[in-house]
Design a protein around this ligand. Structure first.
Ligand SMILES: *[C@@H]1O[C@H](CO)[C@@H](O)[C@H](O)[C@H]1NC(C)=O
Length: 179
């Protein structure tokens, strides 16, 4: 029993000290890019009238998957050695810059689709979209803070500019679904 308890303790210690690397963060950003594109495509494809509940629920699913991908990114940034080197920081920043337009498009088009979601024969979808937006906003806030805390000093202004643009797009979309 004692021996097993010691083993369990050792296992949990080694798990909790497992560090991540910048390569993990780059892989996470790849995944976030893929999931963002999937979500953006699904939202753009949702028809302005006559959309199906199935497609609306698929959008919800895509949003949940994106949230998990972002949360994994946050925990890997938090587990990686900081600050990132200049080269790594630049690679990470460029990956984020590459995703930014898709995030902004998603948040713009979701607002344009509110009437389409309201028009579905089953209610509750706009409320579900609002909840997804709030969850994604919260996950994104944490990821942004983690990335900025890891960024080399000279890259922080650019990172902060991206952060502001994304946060303000979230605020606009959340406001549209809150009224
Ligand atoms: C987005 O999330 C952050 C952190 O949880 C929160 O402070 C902010 O108010 C949220 N934005 C909106 C528009 O709800």
């Amino acid at each position: 029993m004692r021996f097993q308890a010691t083993l369990a303790l050792l296992a949990s210690l080694s798990l909790s000290s497992l560090a991540s690397t910048v390569a993990d963060v780059e892989a996470d950003l790849q995944n976030i890019a893929t999931q963002t594109t999937t979500l953006d495509n699904a939202i753009n494809a949702f028809p302005n009238t006559g959309g199906s509940l199935l497609n609306a629920l698929a959008i919800h699913n895509d949003a949940v998957n994106l949230g998990s991908a972002i949360d994994k990114g946050t925990s890997d940034v938090n587990g990686a050695p900081k600050p990132f080197s200049e080269a790594d920081g630049t690679t990470v920043l460029q990956a984020v810059q590459a995703i930014e337009p898709t995030i902004l498009d998603t948040l713009t088009v979701i607002v344009q689709k509110k009437a389409a979601f309201q028009g579905l024969p089953i209610g509750g979808i706009p409320a579900l979209v609002l909840q997804d937006l709030q969850n994604l906003n919260a996950s994104t806030f944490k990821f942004e803070a983690a990335l900025i805390s890891a960024a080399p000093t000279d890259l922080i202004p650019t990172a902060t500019t991206i952060e502001s643009a994304i946060n303000s797009a979230f605020a606009t979309a959340i406001a549209a679904y809150s009224s």
